[in-house]
Design a protein around this ligand. Structure first.
Ligand code: PNS
Length: 164
């Protein structure tokens, strides 16, 4: 079978409902999706790689077409290693476009066989990003409904707003 496999790479620090929406819709286009968390030694994420893997695996357990993985180095090299030729990214506001365009062109320069495919975010998640979620949660803001419950709980624990 000519199965269409795509990679959805990102930092996922943390996973938001915007990411989940892209993952679900990507699976309407592709047969299988590898959600690949970048291991970036230059950044100190709020959630460790293990925590991010745990959250993603928890949310997508029982979904045989979704694989949770991590990678370091070049995305295009990772895609080749996974035998995938498609990279999926979500687009929100126009401000995303410049960065995404730059990355897509660089990825194409590095490997012409890898295609970047963009899915537009749902209007509900237009304004959210992992960064703005962390900012709001850090100050005790209510982010219910913008992230899955497990992420909400873990953010409260991280920032000392947990009742437990
Ligand atoms: O969720 P993010 O932080 O916007 O994801 C960015 C990501 C992981 C897709 C991007 O940083 C990436 O692909 N990094 C791997 C290194 C790489 O391949 N760089 C060259 C292409 S720009």
């Amino acid at each position: 079978m000519n199965e269409k496999l795509a990679i959805y790479p990102g930092t996922f620090d943390p996973l938001t409902n915007g990411h989940i929406s892209i993952i679900k819709r990507a699976l309407k286009v592709f047969d299988r999706l590898v959600v690949a968390i970048l291991i970036n030694p230059n950044k100190t994420p709020l959630f460790t790689l293990e925590e991010r893997i745990f959250i993603l695996k928890d949310i997508f357990r029982g979904e045989p077409n979704i694989e949770i993985d991590s990678f370091n180095g070049l995305l295009v090299d990772y895609a080749v290693k996974k035998n995938a030729s498609i990279v999926v990214r979500g687009l929100r506001a126009l401000s995303d476009f410049e960065y995404e365009f730059q990355m897509a062109l660089m990825n194409r320069k590095l490997n012409r066989d890898i295609q970047s495919v963009f899915l537009m975010t749902d209007y509900k998640w237009f304004y959210i990003s992992s960064t703005i979620i962390k900012d709001a949660a850090r100050c005790g803001g209510d982010i219910k409904g913008l992230v899955p419950p497990i992420v909400n709980e873990k953010l409260k624990q991280k920032f000392g707003f947990s009742k437990d």
